[in-house]
Write a protein that binds this ligand. Structure first.
Ligand code: SF4
Length: 496
């Protein structure tokens, strides 16, 4: 059973020592330790939070269809019992690591004896990858991301329609000042527990990040993720503009698109407009660096789109030429008609053009923040699972052992170790804790067949039945999230 709930027989009024992490708190009666996860309850060291067990309605537990006939019905009106998975949330930790994990649970699924090793890992090596769906310039690549003035990470390479932050990691947790480590740990803990954190980016914006919510950039909530880059937007909507506009320029910080030059316009036999934009030409109709990055049109710093027009060729353009300028989210748009001096003059946008601008916006997905917790479980934590840790690593690589975090599926990186990532929104609320070393505490479960567990040198003497766990008093029974795969199925690759 749990290694952390020990120290029985201690008089009720005596201090107990917590040995669940290297801090080794001495806890007075009725008080909690430094991490608030353990307390001295009547002289017994107690994990404060309940153990989270999740229950999924048994397969085939649906209602018997009316008038479907009695065949196949065994006369038992009771629904089959739910399938139960014990998560690491509230399980407790073990320290030093050679002790078996707090719960090593045996259960039978689909006729196969399975074992789930359940613990809360203490992760000194961990970080948070944040994806922020916005084109707005949050800050230059490599710029420090700060909370209360302390660097907790940096801006990393942008992805398609999203800005990326890399936060935490062992250097910020342990390699700087004590305050830097504490602030970093606190920010990661809040983010992983689905809370909001306000960050300042050197040379960039202030952004509020919360998993599953829209980012707030300099006080303004972001609404839409761009439909694509400027070139992609041209490609998607070119045909819908044909006959209604003579030129369309999609303003984008990365790739600005110019319809009549673009391959899409060439395919549609559109005559060139003679309008040239600033920046560096990549390929026909695709321009880089038309402006500086910023919080304006298409992630540039411009508020007047005509600023990016470099020249209008009088030999090619003509008075009355109809020009649409639009951003990649449809948030910004302008309609212009060239006058007799070939100068763009604002005009009322025709209905067919407005329809397509609105369609760009309609095709944008909501802007969200994604928080992925990333940690290394390939170190000493493995000793709580097996006496021969490398076998656990190999078993995970061979997909004989399934790794989950609070029941949520994880992505295990190829290569050495068990370095995994998990989307925190798929985990139970408040799954994470911390210890002041500083490090984050996260639930982790390893599930495999009992046979494989024995083969990898598991702590077989500590295996307990699921029913024994469920008789415990400090349980929080929660419903299984149906969008998470059920972890106690026979892992892919297992043949025996
Ligand atoms: S910080 Fe928490 S886990 Fe570590 S010794 Fe203190 S009470 Fe126990």
């Amino acid at each position: 059973m749990s290694q952390a709930i020990a120290t029985t027989g201690t008089p009720k009024d005596e201090i107990v020592r917590c040995d669940a992490c290297p801090v080794l708190c001495r806890i007075r009666p009725g008080k909690a330790g430094a991490c608030d996860r353990y307390a001295n309850v009547d002289g017994v060291l107690t994990r404060v939070d309940p153990l989270v067990v999740t229950e999924r309605a048994a397969q085939g537990a649906g209602v018997v269809p009316f008038l479907s006939g009695a065949e196949g019905w065994d006369g038992n009106v009771a629904a089959p019992p739910p399938a139960t998975f014990v998560t690491g949330v509230g399980a407790g930790t073990t320290y030093p690591d050679y002790k078996p994990a707090p719960f090593i649970v045996s259960s039978v699924h689909d006729g196969v004896d399975m074992v789930t090793v359940v613990t809360e890992g203490i992760f000194s090596y961990c970080g948070v990858k944040v994806k922020i769906d916005t084109d707005r310039h949050l800050g230059p690549e490599q710029a420090a991301v700060r909370v209360n003035g302390e660097a907790i990470g940096h801006v990393t390479t942008a992805e398609y329609g999203s800005q990326m932050l890399s936060l935490g990691g062992v250097h910020h947790l342990t390699g700087g000042s004590k305050k830097e480590g504490t602030v970093t740990c606190d920010a990661m803990l809040t983010l992983c527990n689905k809370g909001a954190v306000t960050m300042q980016i050197d040379g960039g914006a202030e952004v509020v990040v919360q998993a599953g919510k829209a980012p707030i950039v300099n006080g303004t909530p972001e609404e839409r993720m761009r439909v694509g880059c400027g070139s992609a937007t041209i490609g998607i909507f070119a045909k819908q503009w044909l006959g209604h506009a003579d030129e369309v320029i999609v303003v984008d910080d990365h790739i600005t698109g110019v319809l009549t030059e673009h391959q899409a316009g060439r395919f549609l036999d559109m005559p060139l407009s003679g309008i040239r934009v600033r920046g560096r030409k990549s390929t026909p109709g695709r321009y880089f660096q038309v402006a500086e990055p910023g919080l304006g049109w298409g992630g540039t710093n411009i508020s007047d789109p005509l600023e990016i027009i470099k020249s209008i060729d009088p030999k090619t353009a003509w008075p009355g030429l109809r020009l649409l300028m639009v951003s990649t989210t449809g948030e910004h748009s302008g309609w212009y008609v060239l006058d007799d001096q070939l100068k763009p003059q604002p005009a009322e946008m025709p209905a067919p053009i407005r329809l397509v601008v609105d369609r760009i916006a309609e095709n944008c997905e909501p802007s969200l923040c994604t928080v992925m917790f990333m940690a290394g479980a390939g170190g000493s934590l493995r000793a709580g699972v097996t006496e021969n840790p490398v076998r656990l690593t190999l078993s995970v690589k061979d997909r004989l052992t399934r790794v989950t975090s609070g029941g949520a599926p994880v992505y295990v990186w190829p290569g050495g170790g068990i370095t995994y990532m998990v989307d925190v929104t798929r985990m139970p609320d408040n799954s994470f804790g911390y210890v002041p070393t500083p490090a984050l505490v996260a639930p982790i479960e390893f599930t495999m067949s009992r046979e494989d567990y024995a083969l990898l040198g598991g702590h077989m003497d500590y295996v307990i039945q699921l029913e024994e766990v469920l008789r415990g008093e400090r349980l929080s029974r929660q419903s299984w999230r149906d969008d998470n795969p059920w972890p106690i199925a026979r892992p892919a690759g297992e043949t025996s």
